[in-house]
Ligand binder design. Structure first.
Ligand code: NIG
Ligand code: FE
Length: 390
Protein backbone atom coordinates (compact mmCIF):
# COMPACT_ATOMS: atom_id res chain seq x y z
CA UNK A 1 0.00 0.00 0.00
CA UNK A 2 1.55 3.33 -1.06
CA UNK A 3 0.50 6.89 -0.31
CA UNK A 4 1.59 10.07 -2.02
CA UNK A 5 1.31 13.54 -0.53
CA UNK A 6 1.30 16.05 -3.37
CA UNK A 7 1.16 19.84 -3.73
CA UNK A 8 3.17 20.48 -0.58
CA UNK A 9 3.82 24.24 -0.56
CA UNK A 10 6.86 23.89 1.69
CA UNK A 11 8.41 20.58 2.71
CA UNK A 12 10.85 20.41 5.60
CA UNK A 13 12.98 17.31 5.06
CA UNK A 14 15.79 18.05 7.57
CA UNK A 15 18.06 16.64 4.87
CA UNK A 16 20.39 19.35 3.50
CA UNK A 17 21.13 17.08 0.49
CA UNK A 18 17.52 17.34 -0.62
CA UNK A 19 16.80 21.03 -0.24
CA UNK A 20 17.83 24.43 1.03
CA UNK A 21 19.58 25.04 4.35
CA UNK A 22 19.80 22.82 7.43
CA UNK A 23 16.08 22.14 7.16
CA UNK A 24 16.44 20.83 3.59
CA UNK A 25 13.49 22.95 2.43
CA UNK A 26 11.69 22.15 -0.84
CA UNK A 27 8.88 24.13 -2.48
CA UNK A 28 6.02 22.60 -4.52
CA UNK A 29 7.11 19.19 -3.37
CA UNK A 30 5.65 15.73 -2.94
CA UNK A 31 6.61 12.58 -1.13
CA UNK A 32 5.65 8.94 -1.40
CA UNK A 33 5.26 6.54 1.49
CA UNK A 34 5.35 2.76 1.22
CA UNK A 35 5.14 0.22 4.04
CA UNK A 36 5.45 2.96 6.63
CA UNK A 37 8.62 4.49 5.17
CA UNK A 38 9.34 7.47 2.95
CA UNK A 39 10.43 6.08 -0.44
CA UNK A 40 10.50 9.16 -2.66
CA UNK A 41 10.79 12.94 -2.24
CA UNK A 42 10.85 15.45 -5.10
CA UNK A 43 8.96 18.03 -7.16
CA UNK A 44 5.19 17.57 -7.05
CA UNK A 45 5.02 17.65 -10.86
CA UNK A 46 7.15 14.48 -11.05
CA UNK A 47 5.52 12.50 -8.25
CA UNK A 48 5.21 8.79 -9.11
CA UNK A 49 1.79 7.11 -8.94
CA UNK A 50 0.65 5.70 -5.61
CA UNK A 51 -2.37 3.70 -4.39
CA UNK A 52 -3.70 6.68 -2.47
CA UNK A 53 -3.14 10.40 -2.93
CA UNK A 54 -3.35 13.16 -0.41
CA UNK A 55 -3.47 16.74 -1.75
CA UNK A 56 -1.72 19.12 0.65
CA UNK A 57 -3.17 22.07 -1.31
CA UNK A 58 -0.11 24.26 -0.76
CA UNK A 59 0.25 23.57 2.96
CA UNK A 60 3.57 23.03 4.72
CA UNK A 61 4.66 19.52 5.73
CA UNK A 62 7.20 18.90 8.48
CA UNK A 63 8.60 15.79 10.16
CA UNK A 64 6.59 14.75 13.22
CA UNK A 65 8.01 16.21 16.44
CA UNK A 66 10.29 13.94 18.48
CA UNK A 67 9.76 14.36 22.23
CA UNK A 68 12.81 13.04 24.04
CA UNK A 69 11.77 13.93 27.61
CA UNK A 70 8.40 13.21 29.23
CA UNK A 71 7.02 11.92 32.52
CA UNK A 72 3.59 10.52 31.71
CA UNK A 73 3.25 7.64 34.19
CA UNK A 74 1.63 9.42 37.10
CA UNK A 75 -1.65 9.93 38.90
CA UNK A 76 -3.21 13.11 40.20
CA UNK A 77 -2.22 16.66 39.39
CA UNK A 78 -0.59 19.63 41.13
CA UNK A 79 -2.57 22.71 40.13
CA UNK A 80 -2.49 23.94 43.74
CA UNK A 81 1.32 23.77 43.75
CA UNK A 82 1.30 25.70 40.47
CA UNK A 83 -0.92 28.37 42.00
CA UNK A 84 1.37 28.62 45.04
CA UNK A 85 4.34 29.06 42.71
CA UNK A 86 2.59 31.74 40.71
CA UNK A 87 1.88 33.59 43.94
CA UNK A 88 5.42 33.57 45.27
CA UNK A 89 6.60 30.10 46.33
CA UNK A 90 9.80 28.96 44.58
CA UNK A 91 9.93 25.57 42.83
CA UNK A 92 11.76 22.85 44.75
CA UNK A 93 12.27 19.20 43.80
CA UNK A 94 10.19 18.07 46.80
CA UNK A 95 6.81 18.51 45.04
CA UNK A 96 7.57 15.29 43.19
CA UNK A 97 6.69 13.40 46.42
CA UNK A 98 3.04 14.46 46.13
CA UNK A 99 2.87 12.70 42.77
CA UNK A 100 4.77 9.69 44.12
CA UNK A 101 2.07 9.17 46.76
CA UNK A 102 -0.75 9.45 44.20
CA UNK A 103 1.03 7.18 41.71
CA UNK A 104 1.69 4.43 44.23
CA UNK A 105 -2.01 4.43 45.16
CA UNK A 106 -3.20 4.23 41.53
CA UNK A 107 -4.09 1.05 39.62
CA UNK A 108 -2.14 -0.08 36.56
CA UNK A 109 -5.20 0.72 34.47
CA UNK A 110 -5.44 4.27 35.81
CA UNK A 111 -1.75 4.85 35.08
CA UNK A 112 -1.97 3.40 31.58
CA UNK A 113 -5.07 5.48 30.86
CA UNK A 114 -3.22 8.62 31.90
CA UNK A 115 -0.33 7.74 29.60
CA UNK A 116 -2.57 7.11 26.60
CA UNK A 117 -4.55 10.30 27.28
CA UNK A 118 -1.35 12.36 27.22
CA UNK A 119 0.07 10.51 24.22
CA UNK A 120 -3.17 11.39 22.41
CA UNK A 121 -2.58 15.06 23.25
CA UNK A 122 0.99 14.84 22.00
CA UNK A 123 -0.13 13.24 18.74
CA UNK A 124 -2.89 15.75 18.09
CA UNK A 125 -0.26 18.46 18.49
CA UNK A 126 2.01 16.80 15.92
CA UNK A 127 4.36 14.64 17.99
CA UNK A 128 4.98 11.19 16.55
CA UNK A 129 7.78 9.86 18.79
CA UNK A 130 7.64 10.09 22.58
CA UNK A 131 10.14 8.97 25.19
CA UNK A 132 8.45 8.32 28.54
CA UNK A 133 10.04 8.07 31.98
CA UNK A 134 9.07 6.23 35.12
CA UNK A 135 10.07 8.00 38.33
CA UNK A 136 6.90 8.52 40.36
CA UNK A 137 7.00 5.05 41.94
CA UNK A 138 10.46 4.86 43.55
CA UNK A 139 9.86 1.32 44.82
CA UNK A 140 10.87 -1.75 42.82
CA UNK A 141 7.20 -2.69 42.36
CA UNK A 142 6.06 0.79 41.31
CA UNK A 143 9.02 1.52 39.04
CA UNK A 144 8.62 -1.88 37.39
CA UNK A 145 4.96 -1.29 36.59
CA UNK A 146 5.68 2.32 35.55
CA UNK A 147 8.42 1.40 33.13
CA UNK A 148 6.38 -1.52 31.75
CA UNK A 149 3.45 0.82 31.06
CA UNK A 150 5.80 3.37 29.46
CA UNK A 151 7.29 0.68 27.23
CA UNK A 152 3.91 -0.65 26.22
CA UNK A 153 2.52 2.71 25.06
CA UNK A 154 5.40 5.06 24.27
CA UNK A 155 8.26 4.73 21.78
CA UNK A 156 11.15 4.72 24.29
CA UNK A 157 10.98 3.85 27.99
CA UNK A 158 13.33 5.36 30.58
CA UNK A 159 13.89 4.14 34.11
CA UNK A 160 14.11 7.33 36.17
CA UNK A 161 15.19 5.31 39.17
CA UNK A 162 16.57 8.31 41.03
CA UNK A 163 13.98 11.09 40.74
CA UNK A 164 13.77 12.16 44.38
CA UNK A 165 14.48 10.10 47.51
CA UNK A 166 11.03 8.81 48.55
CA UNK A 167 9.64 9.65 52.02
CA UNK A 168 10.52 6.26 53.56
CA UNK A 169 14.17 7.01 52.73
CA UNK A 170 14.09 10.59 54.08
CA UNK A 171 17.62 11.45 55.21
CA UNK A 172 18.88 8.09 53.87
CA UNK A 173 19.42 8.80 50.19
CA UNK A 174 22.52 6.58 50.12
CA UNK A 175 20.43 3.62 51.30
CA UNK A 176 17.90 4.37 48.58
CA UNK A 177 20.66 4.46 45.95
CA UNK A 178 21.98 1.12 47.22
CA UNK A 179 18.49 -0.38 46.82
CA UNK A 180 18.23 1.11 43.29
CA UNK A 181 21.56 -0.42 42.30
CA UNK A 182 21.04 -3.83 43.96
CA UNK A 183 17.33 -4.39 43.31
CA UNK A 184 15.53 -1.83 41.17
CA UNK A 185 17.86 -1.72 38.19
CA UNK A 186 18.20 -5.53 37.89
CA UNK A 187 14.39 -5.87 38.03
CA UNK A 188 13.53 -3.00 35.67
CA UNK A 189 16.37 -2.86 33.14
CA UNK A 190 14.90 -5.56 30.86
CA UNK A 191 11.86 -3.32 30.34
CA UNK A 192 13.64 -0.04 29.63
CA UNK A 193 15.99 1.45 27.05
CA UNK A 194 17.44 4.21 29.23
CA UNK A 195 18.52 5.04 32.77
CA UNK A 196 18.01 8.57 34.10
CA UNK A 197 18.69 10.40 37.38
CA UNK A 198 17.90 13.86 38.74
CA UNK A 199 21.24 15.35 39.81
CA UNK A 200 20.23 18.32 41.93
CA UNK A 201 20.21 19.76 45.42
CA UNK A 202 17.14 18.22 47.08
CA UNK A 203 17.30 15.23 44.72
CA UNK A 204 20.56 13.25 44.23
CA UNK A 205 24.22 14.22 44.75
CA UNK A 206 26.82 13.83 42.00
CA UNK A 207 28.15 10.64 43.65
CA UNK A 208 24.67 9.15 43.97
CA UNK A 209 23.82 10.13 40.39
CA UNK A 210 26.99 8.53 39.10
CA UNK A 211 26.32 5.29 41.03
CA UNK A 212 22.81 4.97 39.56
CA UNK A 213 23.84 5.84 36.00
CA UNK A 214 26.83 3.50 36.06
CA UNK A 215 24.69 0.64 37.35
CA UNK A 216 22.13 1.30 34.64
CA UNK A 217 24.79 1.40 31.97
CA UNK A 218 26.27 -1.87 33.25
CA UNK A 219 22.78 -3.37 32.93
CA UNK A 220 22.72 -2.39 29.24
CA UNK A 221 20.78 0.87 29.41
CA UNK A 222 21.68 4.06 27.60
CA UNK A 223 22.33 7.09 29.82
CA UNK A 224 20.41 10.37 30.11
CA UNK A 225 20.51 12.86 32.99
CA UNK A 226 18.39 15.62 34.53
CA UNK A 227 21.27 18.04 34.84
CA UNK A 228 21.93 21.62 35.92
CA UNK A 229 18.24 22.55 36.10
CA UNK A 230 18.18 24.62 39.28
CA UNK A 231 21.90 24.99 40.06
CA UNK A 232 25.25 24.64 38.25
CA UNK A 233 26.00 21.17 39.58
CA UNK A 234 27.99 18.30 38.15
CA UNK A 235 25.20 16.63 36.18
CA UNK A 236 26.35 17.74 32.74
CA UNK A 237 29.95 16.68 33.32
CA UNK A 238 28.87 13.29 34.67
CA UNK A 239 26.61 12.83 31.66
CA UNK A 240 29.37 13.64 29.19
CA UNK A 241 31.81 11.34 31.02
CA UNK A 242 29.34 8.46 30.84
CA UNK A 243 28.56 9.14 27.17
CA UNK A 244 24.97 10.12 27.91
CA UNK A 245 22.80 10.47 24.82
CA UNK A 246 21.41 13.62 26.38
CA UNK A 247 21.72 15.92 29.36
CA UNK A 248 18.45 17.65 30.01
CA UNK A 249 17.44 21.13 31.28
CA UNK A 250 20.96 22.72 31.24
CA UNK A 251 19.77 26.04 32.70
CA UNK A 252 22.94 26.75 34.69
CA UNK A 253 26.13 25.90 32.80
CA UNK A 254 29.76 26.81 33.37
CA UNK A 255 32.17 27.38 30.48
CA UNK A 256 33.66 23.96 31.28
CA UNK A 257 30.20 22.36 30.87
CA UNK A 258 29.71 24.00 27.47
CA UNK A 259 33.22 22.98 26.33
CA UNK A 260 32.67 19.40 27.49
CA UNK A 261 29.37 19.22 25.60
CA UNK A 262 30.88 20.74 22.47
CA UNK A 263 33.55 18.04 22.40
CA UNK A 264 31.12 15.19 22.95
CA UNK A 265 28.26 13.49 21.15
CA UNK A 266 25.95 14.24 24.09
CA UNK A 267 22.94 16.37 23.15
CA UNK A 268 21.80 19.28 25.35
CA UNK A 269 18.04 18.97 25.63
CA UNK A 270 16.36 22.23 26.59
CA UNK A 271 12.93 22.19 28.22
CA UNK A 272 11.82 25.83 28.26
CA UNK A 273 8.20 24.99 29.11
CA UNK A 274 9.45 23.84 32.54
CA UNK A 275 11.28 27.14 33.05
CA UNK A 276 8.17 28.99 31.87
CA UNK A 277 5.98 27.13 34.35
CA UNK A 278 8.40 27.48 37.26
CA UNK A 279 9.48 31.05 36.46
CA UNK A 280 13.06 29.85 36.66
CA UNK A 281 15.97 30.98 34.51
CA UNK A 282 15.88 29.90 30.87
CA UNK A 283 18.91 28.11 29.46
CA UNK A 284 21.30 30.05 27.24
CA UNK A 285 20.59 28.31 23.97
CA UNK A 286 22.68 30.73 21.90
CA UNK A 287 25.78 29.99 23.94
CA UNK A 288 25.30 26.26 23.31
CA UNK A 289 24.52 26.65 19.61
CA UNK A 290 27.42 29.04 19.05
CA UNK A 291 29.76 26.54 20.72
CA UNK A 292 28.58 23.84 18.29
CA UNK A 293 26.59 21.77 20.81
CA UNK A 294 23.69 19.72 19.40
CA UNK A 295 20.51 21.11 20.96
CA UNK A 296 17.17 19.32 21.28
CA UNK A 297 13.89 20.77 22.51
CA UNK A 298 11.35 18.84 24.58
CA UNK A 299 8.06 19.61 26.30
CA UNK A 300 8.89 17.66 29.50
CA UNK A 301 5.24 16.89 30.16
CA UNK A 302 4.86 16.19 33.89
CA UNK A 303 2.32 17.24 36.52
CA UNK A 304 4.75 19.44 38.46
CA UNK A 305 6.87 21.70 36.33
CA UNK A 306 5.51 21.48 32.79
CA UNK A 307 2.00 20.18 32.28
CA UNK A 308 1.98 20.66 28.52
CA UNK A 309 2.24 18.29 25.57
CA UNK A 310 2.52 21.03 22.96
CA UNK A 311 5.73 21.02 20.96
CA UNK A 312 4.42 23.99 18.88
CA UNK A 313 4.23 25.93 22.15
CA UNK A 314 7.81 24.87 22.98
CA UNK A 315 8.98 26.04 19.55
CA UNK A 316 7.31 29.44 19.98
CA UNK A 317 8.87 29.76 23.44
CA UNK A 318 12.31 28.71 22.19
CA UNK A 319 12.18 31.38 19.50
CA UNK A 320 11.10 34.14 21.88
CA UNK A 321 12.69 33.25 25.23
CA UNK A 322 15.76 31.28 24.10
CA UNK A 323 16.39 33.43 21.01
CA UNK A 324 16.62 30.43 18.72
CA UNK A 325 15.76 31.06 15.09
CA UNK A 326 12.51 29.43 13.88
CA UNK A 327 14.62 27.02 11.81
CA UNK A 328 16.85 26.07 14.77
CA UNK A 329 13.81 25.54 16.97
CA UNK A 330 12.06 23.28 14.44
CA UNK A 331 15.24 21.27 13.83
CA UNK A 332 15.78 20.84 17.59
CA UNK A 333 12.17 19.68 18.08
CA UNK A 334 12.47 17.07 15.33
CA UNK A 335 15.93 15.80 14.34
CA UNK A 336 17.44 17.19 17.56
CA UNK A 337 15.02 15.05 19.58
CA UNK A 338 15.92 12.04 17.45
CA UNK A 339 19.63 12.63 18.16
CA UNK A 340 18.84 12.89 21.87
CA UNK A 341 17.29 9.42 21.63
CA UNK A 342 20.05 8.16 19.31
CA UNK A 343 17.44 7.22 16.74
CA UNK A 344 18.23 7.26 13.06
CA UNK A 345 14.74 6.46 11.73
CA UNK A 346 12.78 9.56 12.79
CA UNK A 347 13.05 13.35 12.78
CA UNK A 348 13.61 13.77 9.03
CA UNK A 349 11.81 13.07 5.77
CA UNK A 350 14.10 11.60 3.17
CA UNK A 351 13.94 8.12 1.64
CA UNK A 352 14.39 5.48 4.35
CA UNK A 353 12.90 7.56 7.19
CA UNK A 354 9.83 6.39 9.06
CA UNK A 355 6.86 8.15 7.49
CA UNK A 356 6.07 10.43 10.44
CA UNK A 357 4.83 13.72 9.14
CA UNK A 358 2.59 16.62 9.96
CA UNK A 359 0.52 18.68 7.54
CA UNK A 360 0.24 22.17 8.93
CA UNK A 361 -2.76 24.41 8.42
CA UNK A 362 -0.25 27.01 7.29
CA UNK A 363 1.91 27.71 4.23
CA UNK A 364 5.20 27.62 6.17
CA UNK A 365 6.74 26.11 9.29
CA UNK A 366 7.48 29.72 10.31
CA UNK A 367 3.87 29.99 11.39
CA UNK A 368 4.56 27.65 14.35
CA UNK A 369 6.37 30.51 16.09
CA UNK A 370 4.69 33.36 14.21
CA UNK A 371 1.19 32.32 15.32
CA UNK A 372 1.74 31.15 18.92
CA UNK A 373 -1.10 29.31 20.61
CA UNK A 374 -2.99 28.70 17.36
CA UNK A 375 -3.70 25.02 16.59
CA UNK A 376 -1.93 24.71 13.23
CA UNK A 377 -1.48 20.93 13.21
CA UNK A 378 -3.75 19.42 10.56
CA UNK A 379 -3.15 15.78 9.69
CA UNK A 380 -0.67 13.69 11.58
CA UNK A 381 0.77 10.63 9.86
CA UNK A 382 2.79 8.12 11.88
CA UNK A 383 4.51 5.19 10.19
CA UNK A 384 2.43 5.93 7.10
CA UNK A 385 -0.84 5.72 9.04
CA UNK A 386 -3.12 8.72 9.20
CA UNK A 387 -3.92 9.52 12.81
CA UNK A 388 -6.11 12.53 12.37
CA UNK A 389 -7.77 14.21 9.45
CA UNK A 390 -7.70 17.84 10.48
O1 NIG B 1 11.80 17.36 34.43
N1 NIG B 1 13.34 17.81 37.24
C1 NIG B 1 12.80 16.80 37.62
N2 NIG B 1 11.76 16.20 37.05
C2 NIG B 1 10.70 16.90 36.43
C3 NIG B 1 9.81 17.52 37.44
C4 NIG B 1 8.97 16.53 38.02
C5 NIG B 1 7.96 17.07 38.98
O2 NIG B 1 8.09 18.19 39.53
O3 NIG B 1 7.04 16.28 39.18
C6 NIG B 1 11.19 17.85 35.38
O4 NIG B 1 11.01 19.07 35.42
FE1 FE C 1 12.09 15.75 33.66
Amino acid sequence: MSLSVVNIGELVTNDPNLGAGTLGLLRDAALVVEDGRVVWVGPSSRCPDADENLDAAGAAVIPGFVESHSHLVFAGERAAEFEARMTGQPYAAGGIRTTIAATRAASDLALATNVTRLLGEYRRAGTTTVECKSGYGQTVHDELRSVSIARCHADDATLLAAHVPPPEYAGRADDYVRMVVDEMIPACAPHAAWIDAFCERGAFSPEQTRAVLEAGRAAGLGVRVHANQLTAGEGVRIGVELDAASVDHCCHLTDADVDALAQSTTVATLLPAADFSTRNAYPDARRLLDAGVTVALGADCNPGTSYTTSMPFVIALAVQALRMSPAEALWSATLGGARALRRTDVGYLSPGARADLVLLDAPSYLHLAYRPGVPLVGRVVKGGRDFRAG
